[in-house]
Each structure stands twice: as C-alpha cells, then as structure tokens.
Design a protein around this ligand. Structure first.
Ligand code: F6P
Length: 324
C-alpha cells in the first residue's frame, strides 16, 4: 500500500479530527502517502481530494467537528456513483481507505470493498455509541460530559423553582447517552428505547418521589424511547395526571455533537488511527478498529454493522437504586 485516503462520513462527532490527525501522522511515520477526502463519499465522487502531511493536521487534536467535513451521500448508494468514486481513487493512486463514521458509512465501505476490492478499515465515530465491536465510539464520552454539564445547569432552575424537567437527549435508536448521562447527572427516571417502562410506571414513580419529599426532578429521555409520546406530549400528559408538578421540557439537540473532545476521546482517536493504518499495512481489510476491555481490537465490518451494541443492564439497576 502506497497511498491511503481518509474520510469522515455521517454525523460529525468530537474526536473525528483527532482520528484524522492520527491516520495522517501514522501514514507519515510508516512513509506512506495520505490523502484527505472531503465531504465523505460525496467528495470521493466529485474528486474533492487534498494531499495531507503531518503539518496539515496541526492544532486540530482539540477541535470538535471534522476538518474534512462530512456528508450522507445518496449518490454513493448507486452503482454509477460508486464507479465514479473508484475511478477518482485510481486517478489519484489511492489504494486503501480509512473511513471514520457510523454504521451507514461502514455499509458503504463494505459494498465498495466488495465491488472494487479496495482495502478498507473503519473507525467508529458517532456520539450514539451504537456500534457493535467497541465499548466506546468516538465522541460518546465527550457527548456524555456535555449532557451532564447542561443537566447540572438545568438542575439549578429545577431546584430553585421546584420543577420537573423532561430533558431529551440524542442517541438515535439507542439509549447509551440517556442511560449513562442520566446516572451521571442524577436523573430521577431515564427513558430508553431498550426498556419500555410504560407511562403508568413513570407516573407512579413520580408520585412516589413527590411523596418521599423530593422537591424537583430531572427525567432524561432518549430521543428514540418507545413510550409512544413526544417529549411535549409527555409534558401534557404529566400536567393532566400529576397537577402537583410544574413541568418544563428541554430538548438538548445538536449541542451534544459539538465541542472540544474529552481527553478520553482524543486518546481513543489516536489509538484507533494508528491501528487502522497499521492493519491496512499488514494486509488486513474489511474490519473496524474498536476498543474492548481497553484493548484495541479488530471486528469484521459485517459484524459491526449487523451486531447490536447492548446497553449495560447493570446500569438500569444502579439508576433504579439511585433514585430511591
Ligand atoms: O448519529 C448522531 C445523531 O446526532 C443522532 O443522535 C441523531 O438522531 C442524528 O444524528 C441527527 O441527525 P441530523 O444531524 O442529520 O439531524
């Protein structure tokens, strides 16, 4: 392998820049050329490339977002789009790819690899932590810290006004952010898609906590929860059924995806970047590099895409006990 292309695809996440930096510098270390591909697969189709060396990635280890920009490319889902992308890679002599993104990006990588035989390696980058084969995706830890910081602030108002706050967090179809940040921020209840607690149990729990003398409460709700009501409908429902509560809603939104990556995410990004390039140079292809029991390990992309990243059920119990 003489020249590796690196791209970020799908939703951005804190730590993607640190991963780009790591891939570029590892290439330089092993004397392999490296090319950045802008806007993910879309840039590959449009030939939006740039040579990168160790100095082109200075001062980015601490930056959120992605300097290579990101996109969810519809054209890459078509055989014509992928053919065009492959022709552009051949023109630039790029003979392997590192893809930083989530499962949609990995699916694209695998199809591309099967069609054209180009070696690919994936680095999991998403705040949702919903990828099988790694305990942490890039950006998850930073997002947790952001959510906990914000809920700490919301708590000031909740307790000053004796209010109940419904805080909606991201996570797509997974409850990892809600469950972990909810425990970290001392939430009364946590609603996640993996565990449908039901409306009645929620009301019961809120009734109990009022009776036990709690004056304010925070309920953290994953955007993908299965309770069957939007967070605003849930507010109306609680207003009607528990008039003793004054309820407010806070939807945190994209603030959870931004900001400077935590030290954990920077170190993880650096480790995964090194391993992705080394694995390609060892002749491996079609894997995702991830973290398991603090070891960097490879998981076949196929499994990373199809497998389910389970929530830690012990945390459900911890959360229950903490809200007594
Ligand atoms: O996958 C990251 C994520 O932020 C999810 O948590 C969320 O559901 C989705 O992306 C939002 O996507 P968009 O930025 O396209 O609205």
């Amino acid at each position: 392998i003489k020249k590796i292309g690196v791209l970020t695809s799908g939703g951005d996440s804190p730590g993607m820049n640190a991963a780009i930096r790591s891939v570029v510098r590892t290439c330089a270390y092993y004397k392999v050329e490296c090319m950045g591909i802008y806007r993910g697969y879309q840039g590959m189709i449009e030939g939006d490339f740039k040579d990168m060396g160790p100095r082109s990635v200075h001062n980015i280890v601490n930056k959120g977002g992605t300097i290579l920009k990101s996109a969810r490319s519809k054209d890459f889902m078509t055989p014509e789009g992928r053919k065009q992308a492959y022709e552009n890679l051949v023109k630039e002599n790029i003979d392997a790819l590192v893809i930083i993104g989530g499962d949609g990006s990995f699916t694209g990588a695998l199809v591309f690899n099967k069609e054209f035989g180009i070696p690919v390696m994936g680095i999991p980058g998403t705040i949702d932590n919903d990828i099988f084969g790694t305990s942490h995706t890039l950006g998850f830890d930073t997002a947790l810290n952001t959510v906990v910081d914000v809920i700490d602030k919301i708590r000031d108002t909740a307790s000053s006004h004796n209010r109940l706050f419904l805080v909606e967090v991201m996570g797509r179809d997974a409850g990892h952010i809600a469950l972990n940040a909810g425990i970290g921020a001392g939430a009364e209840e946590i609603l996640i898609p993996e565990e449908n607690m039901g409306l009645e149990r929620l009301l019961e729990s809120l009734r109990r906590s009022k009776l036990s003398g709690k004056s304010s409460s925070i309920v953290v709700i994953a955007e993908g929860d299965k309770i069957g009501k939007s967070v605003f409908e849930l507010k109306d429902y609680i207003d009607q059924n528990l008039p003793e509560y004054e309820v407010r809603v806070s939807v945190l939104g994209h603030m959870q995806r931004g900001g400077s990556p935590s030290c954990f995410d920077r170190v993880l990004a650096s480790r995964l970047g090194v391993k992705s390039v080394e694995s390609l140079l060892e002749g491996k292809s079609g894997y995702m590099v991830g973290l398991n029991n603090d070891k960097v390990e490879l998981t076949p992309l196929e499994q990373a895409i199809k497998g389910h990243s389970e929530i830690d059920r012990e945390l459900l119990k911890v959360s229950d006990i903490m809200s007594i």
